[in-house]
Design a protein around this ligand. Sequence first.
Ligand SMILES: *Cc1c(COP(=O)(O)O)cnc(C)c1O
Length: 397
Amino acid sequence: MPGFELFGESEKSQVQDVLDSGVLMRYGFDGMRNNHWKALELEEALTKRMDSKYAQLVSSGTAALTVALASAGVGAGDEVIMPTFTFVASFESILAIGAIPILVDVDETLTLSPKAVESAITDKTKVVMPVHMCGSMANLGALKVICDTHNLLLLEDACQAIGGSYNGKPLGSYGDLGCFSFDYVKTITCGEGGAIITNNETYKTNADHYSDHGHDHVGNNRGAETHPFLGYNFRISELHAAVGCAQIERLDDFLSIQKKNYTVLRDSLSPLKNITFRKVPTGGVENYSFLSFFLPNQEKAKAAHVALGEAGVDACFYWFDNNWHYYKEWEHLTSKRSLGKLPQEVVNQLPDYSESDFSKSDAWIGRTISCLVKLSWTEEEVVERASRMKGVLSKFS
Ligand SMILES: *Cc1c(COP(=O)(O)O)cnc(C)c1O
């Protein structure tokens, strides 16, 4: 999935524009900047490609989630439903604004189980946050019905699935708000960066102000701007946005390379009776950044993962034991270990996750292996990898 594999002349030329003017900030300095507005340009490109009215760039994907929640008025004590299989950024962003991460099970889509979401709803629930892990999406249709019924916001974390779609809509654009990451290992990168997309003008205005200390951005004297509400600094720099301007132009090329490589791997494993593939909801198109599949049971999955590594098939992940992506290893969350005091709402309301039963998640994640699909492989390398994977996996029936 990583855009860093194909960093080249267009990225350099975009960055050079910024270096030539020396204006590294996205706001102000109008006279000096040779008309270069890289952050604005990238926001415009994102709205077009993602079929959304508004985009707000920020400093990271984690910042995007935080700003998205804040922009929609989510705050202390509000409950946000999120999956057990995700990246730690999900609960970090929720806790950052004093809200409560409510973990629920994933299903064979490796994303939020709509059933589990429904039974986790309380009168404090404000948001359902599906995370489109490893290039494929949650059952957004089912989640939207639940959100509409209970008057909840649908916030899509599309950080790992940029360019995928659901019922013809780009991932991130289906819910009330969608978030992307442009960190160094995502499908397209800014080095560091993130974005929020929405069709809601109020959320966009709030995100614009909140991510820049509450600046209202009226007029062109930064010092004279007013601050309608409290904010923070989640700004992206022009240098980072410039890299993104080049990368977004290449997104569709990257996706087609990923699809080609993914298809070779998948076709090779398809005949194996002991392998089944991760479920993609009807109407969904993956971004093909990973190939994820199930072994018959947990022991076999664990052993097959080791065997793949020994056979030189790198970049495959067994998430069940992973420090960053599965709830089992999030002991800092479970034991509420923070540097300073947590907000009282969090202390009072955060469930005791050491007592939780996520056996339904375990049953899927325990059997899952995901293999990264790279952009830089030659055709020969993909074919060779596919045949090695088949050889190894056929031994675990
Ligand atoms: C990478 C990622 C994030 C956070 O993005 P950063 O830019 O690294 O802060 C959030 N959610 C998911 C699912 C991710 O993979």
